[in-house]
Design a protein around this ligand. Sequence first.
Ligand code: LLP
Length: 403
Amino acid sequence: MGINFKELAEKYQTPYYVYDFDYITKQYQELKGAFKARKSLISYAVKANSNLSVVKHLGDQGSGADCVSIGEVKRALKAGIPKYKIIFSGVGKIDDEIREALQLDILMINVESEAELKRVDIIAKELKVEARISIRVNPNVDPKTHPYISTGLHENKFGVDINTAKRMYIFAKQSENLDPLGIHCHIGSQLTELAPIKEAVNIVADLVRNIKSALKIELKFFDVGGGLGIVYDDEKLIDTYEYAQTVLDALFGLDITVVCEPGRFIVGNSGVFVTKVLYEKVNGSKRFVIVDGAMNDLIRPSLYDAYHKIEVLDKNENKSDCNVVGPVCESGDFFAKNIELPQTEHNDLMVIYSAGAYGFTMASNYNTRGKVAEIALENGKDRLIRRRETFEDLIALEEEYLK
Ligand code: LLP
């Protein structure tokens, strides 16, 4: 990565996130290139890392945006993503979000239930517009990933089963307020096996053919969702070209644009979280390394027991077993448990890898801790893309109500 973590720490203090924008470009181009045999739209999943500068950087490459709230839709627009490349998904869109999405005239609303389709129909009628929609199909395929990030089984809340989807397409076709334009499925995140993806896209492609012949609906967009895994530890990854080929094979004979919504694949390994060692202590025989970052900054280890590789900068000797923990008042506040790290000293820098996706976007202000700084690195130059939050920022929305 070639990042001078020390210099950045002196310039911006710690903790901080830093993202390599050239890596983001490389990942985007790799996936776009893999689909070059067809019309395709890479619709970056904004939830993975929604910093305006990150989204703008992807927009500059030609990326669209996959959004799950009207806030994300407006973020994407603010970052310069054209409205005709924006998709709005989510199991629980509220009326105002649907209304605003229709007024903003984005590419399509990805509908996740029959009841929601009826709301979109009513709201489109009120606004006198035709709502472009896609339907999220739940193909009931086990993606073989962590249960919290698995979405393609009927036991998960996402999408609708095949029969419901057919009813919804019939309803949409009959309504003059709805334009059924696409179909969507996303079976889970951090996928490292191709077989479940193949199974899912084949199920959905069959449905596309069925809808075409039985209902005379010609869909224009086939959205395969996101989910491509990355290396955190020693995972063996899905080959991008094989992935694209699997999707293209499933679509053989269909004139349809492929949409793909990667988040983690694009930004996950672009970013690291850098924190500073505060103290070491030993409770009984248990060694703790206490750092200035915490679960409120990067919650993946606490929430999913996720592994993130950790290194102490410029030190590699005298390793022993320890837990790396933050200052938050929760036993679940840790970055790693039982890992071997060298003896550290006050102010040593610690680098936590693979933190570009679902790091900052899942951060909170728990314990009245300000969110950390975000830094971009492009062509060897660093720049701040979100300043560190101050105490004043944290109380700004409460202060005027203080009696
Ligand atoms: N499209 C849809 C409809 C999604 O629900 C998601 C992720 C994506 C695309 C992007 O998935 P990706 O390519 O990033 O795997 N917070 C969790 C991940 C939650 C993913 C939610 N949906 C984590 O930290 O692992």
